[in-house]
Design a protein around this ligand. Sequence first.
Ligand SMILES: [Cu+2]
Length: 145
Amino acid sequence: MKVILSVAVIAALGLTSCKDETKKEIDTPTTEMSKEMAYTDISFGVRGNCGMCKNTIEKAVNSVEGVASANWDVDKKKIDVSFDESKTDAMAIHKAIAASGYDTEKVAGSEEAYKELPGCCQYDHEMMMNQSGDKKEEGHSNHDH
Ligand SMILES: [Cu+2]
């Protein structure tokens, strides 16, 4: 009985001293909270076909640390991303998308990942990116027959 008691006392002492120590660390004021979170917004073209592409692309972007939100537009072939510039940059986001198999304006999609995409998602590499969504018939001079 005595042994159990003393063990309990030691454990209790150990706990309180631990608590005291951690408390001291927490008490030091941090400037983090005073800094307003300002996200950088970018948008750029990304090729893709459908809602499944949207999931894959947005998942890839959201996996980048510092990304707050990602929204890929299936009609415009364009993505809007908000991110914390102190944690990541635009190029890291382009690369994450390319690694998932999708072409962006700046980085070509990984061929390996592209081959793993479901058939419906194997988009055309010649597809126009960053479409405005309203003008359809404007590219005749670009045709290269
Ligand atoms: Cu798809």
